[in-house]
Ligand binder design. Structure first.
Ligand code: CU
Length: 216
């Protein structure tokens, strides 16, 4: 899955000439970065969230940024939702049964009591980290919202690959996977992205990333 990062060009700038844009090289040059995420046994991990923190880029999302995490067939859809800090999330219930979802995670505790349809207010996630979601009615429902301080993030595909486009520079790459739940920090390491062309790297999550069921 490819996360297309919206160009960080304010509306007012879009009317500028190409020559003016050329003076903003960090906006103009996005370098494709392909990240493969493996577990300790070298098995590709899907639904890992790869994020790249880029100096000078605002960590929080623009006001009004929204995302959606539906409840469908008594599951969270998607089961892993990556968002940037400051994003408000709607939780539409597409089932005919009611759900009662909650998170006790430090990143964002909340509860939406028995509801059908779309709850009146979205939930805003102001802090980087992971919220593990559960449902009071359906114990098997488990979802994860992973919140990052950067607009550059993507989820890995079934082959364990995430693709991002970032400016060249010296950044920090992070990877988080549901097996880390909300109790462990993402793996972090420096990442130097050269302007000369596409880049690929492999990140291996340490062992002991065994799955933790959501707390109740
Ligand atoms: Cu439910």
């Amino acid at each position: 899955m490819r996360h297309l990062v919206a160009p960080l060009v304010p509306a007012a700038l879009r009317t500028f000439s190409a020559a003016a844009l050329a003076m903003l090289p960090c906006l103009a040059m996005a370098v494709p970065v392909e990240v493969t995420v493996l577990d300790a046994r070298n098995t590709p991990l899907n639904d890992a969230v790869v994020s790249i923190e880029v100096k000078g880029v605002k960590p929080t999302a623009a006001a009004g940024t929204q995302a959606e995490l539906a409840q469908r067939n008594r599951s969270f859809a998607p089961s892993v939702l990556p968002i940037q800090t400051g994003t408000s999330v709607q939780f539409p219930n597409l089932d005919t049964v009611r759900h009662h979802i909650y998170s006790f995670s430090a990143a964002r505790p909340f509860e939406i009591k028995l509801y059908a349809g779309t709850p009146a207010s979205p939930v805003t996630f102001d802090k980087a980290g992971t919220a593990v979601l559960g449902c009071n009615i359906h114990d098997r429902m488990a979802g994860f919202i992973h919140v990052v301080n950067t607009p550059y993030f993507a989820k890995t595909s079934s082959s364990g690959v995430a693709q991002l486009d970032v400016p060249a520079g010296e950044h920090t790459v992070q990877v988080w996977h549901p097996s880390l739940a909300d109790t462990r920090q993402p793996l972090r390491q420096p990442l130097k992205v050269l302007a000369t062309g596409a880049q690929s790297l492999t990140l291996t999550l340490p062992a002991n990333g065994t799955s933790t069921p959501p707390g109740k």
